[in-house]
Design a binder for this molecule. Structure first.
Ligand SMILES: *Cc1c(COP(=O)(O)O)cnc(C)c1O
Length: 427
């Protein structure tokens, strides 16, 4: 038994499923999860003495590679002054100022401790601001594990959602309406059928959580227009795309201004951080300036703020990071496409900047129904074949991969080679 296997056996007796977040258990790809001991730059090292080039990067935060020096340095400096005060600090002011400078639509911002907290708070705020209860989300978009967001589609778009998880009440599900991603007409029908009842439309402007799915031309603008026409708040969940697709996130890249934005992942530089922000008049509804309650003992934690600030400052001051990520992404995807052609395979690759997914289906993927046509057992074999060749992918077909600036041309060549060999092995 490897050390990872031993640890997993023990973990299963102590922690539900042996993990603290479900996808880590490798259920979707088979085999045992690797227990990670350390990471540096583009590499992960497991408890068994193996090294992997990794394409998860903590699900996004490690956009500059692991243990990035300026972030490490900032944390080392911060821990000398105690770890938490539960009182305001200078760093929170600096953090808010920087986020507002970087993210086009954000005029005021509140720090929280995770993406889940950010979306829950943003939804409560949208309800408080509009005085309406219902919300529209898209099938396959993930917004953390708040009750309201754990709702799958009903069979028809006008039907009410049913909970995805036991423990989410039917009453909660009644307020969550779902539409297929990229389907403006479905959204319009929901709005018409629920006139003056919808507080917000929330989406990942570029989806990462059903695999990488791009908005079709006009989709985001169409949502903006529908929301304006019906006094509905548009919420961009930029927990994945924020500070990644551009320094101002997807909203900068696509030139659309949401009313509220939720952030996470990169914003903490690897520490547990989230944030929500947006138009001043909406954010001023948040307690204590307004009546919508939201609080957090560890919110704005000084160590977390130090890591996040160092990360965001670096990104803000080094626009070449984004040029490099674009080049790395294009080079990788070109290589994948060449391999697919060579092997006579017609799989779909969705790609934008430093996000991509290779879908094991020949169908174009523009929503969750498309994504579900993938050959999942084949993906499981492909995942293991990549792992065997030293490449650590997200252990599910329905995830985006994330590139970092720590990847050099040599790493990219190695990934392209591994991908081609892995596909040859499993097809
Ligand atoms: C990861 C993620 C969340 C949840 O963030 P946590 O920090 O895991 O709670 C919410 N929305 C999106 C788009 C995410 O990718």
């Amino acid at each position: 038994m490897t050390t990872s296997e031993q640890l997993f056996e023990k973990a299963k007796t102590l922690i539900p499923g042996g993990v603290n977040s479900p996808v880590r258990a490798f259920r979707a790809v088979g085999g045992n999860p690797l227990f990670i001991k350390s990471a540096k730059g583009p590499y992960l090292f497991d408890e068994d003495g193996n090294r992997y080039i990794e394409l998860i990067n903590s699900w996004g935060p490690m956009i500059l590679g692991h243990a990035f020096e300026p972030v490490e340095e900032a944390v080392r400096e911060a821990i000398q002054h105690s770890f938490s005060f539960g009182a305001p600090t200078r760093k929170e002011v600096e953090m808010a100022e920087l986020i507002i400078e970087m993210v086009p639509s954000v005029e005021k911002v509140r720090m929280v401790n995770s993406g889940t907290e950010a979306t829950m708070a943003a939804l409560r705020l949208a309800r408080g601001y509009t005085g309406r209860d219902k919300m529209i989300k898209f099938e396959g978009c993930y917004h953390g594990h708040g009750d309201s967001f754990l709702i799958a589609a009903g069979s028809g778009v006008i039907t009410m959602g049913t909970p995805d998880s036991p423990g989410v009440t039917r009453a909660t599900a009644l307020d969550t309406l779902t539409a297929p991603f990229n389907d403006l007409q479905a959204v319009e029908r929901l709005i018409d059928a629920n006139a003056n009842q919808i507080a917000a439309v929330i989406l990942e402007p570029v989806v990462g959580n059903m695999g990488c799915v791009l908005p079709e031309p006009g989709f985001l603008q169409g949502l903006r227009d529908l929301c304006d026409k019906n006094a509905i708040l548009l919420i961009f969940d930029e927990v994945m795309t924020g500070f990644r697709l551009a320094k101002g996130g997807a909203q900068e890249r696509f030139g659309i201004r949401p009313d509220l934005t939720t952030m996470g992942k990169i914003i903490g530089g690897g520490m547990p951080v989230g944030a929500y922000g947006g138009r001043r008049e909406i954010m001023d509804m948040v307690s204590p300036s307004g009546p919508v309650y939201q609080a957090g003992t560890l919110s704005g934690n000084p160590i977390a703020m130090s890591a996040g600030l160092a990360m965001l400052r670096y990104l803000n001051e080094h626009p070449e990071v984004y040029t490099q990520l674009e080049t790395t992404g294009s080079r990788l995807i070109d290589g994948f496409r060449t391999s697919l052609t060579k092997l006579g395979l017609d799989f779909t690759i969705n790609h934008l900047g430093s996000m991509y997914t290779l879908f094991m289906t020949e169908r174009p993927v523009s929503n969750f129904v498309d994504a579900k046509t993938c050959d999942l057992p084949l993906f499981g074999r492909y995942f293991q074949a990549m792992l065997k060749r030293g490449i650590y992918l997200a252990p599910s077909q329905f995830e985006s991969l994330f590139l970092s600036t720590a990847l050099t041309g040599e790493h990219i060549d190695q990934i392209i080679w591994a991908n081609e060999e892995a596909l040859k092995e499993v097809i």
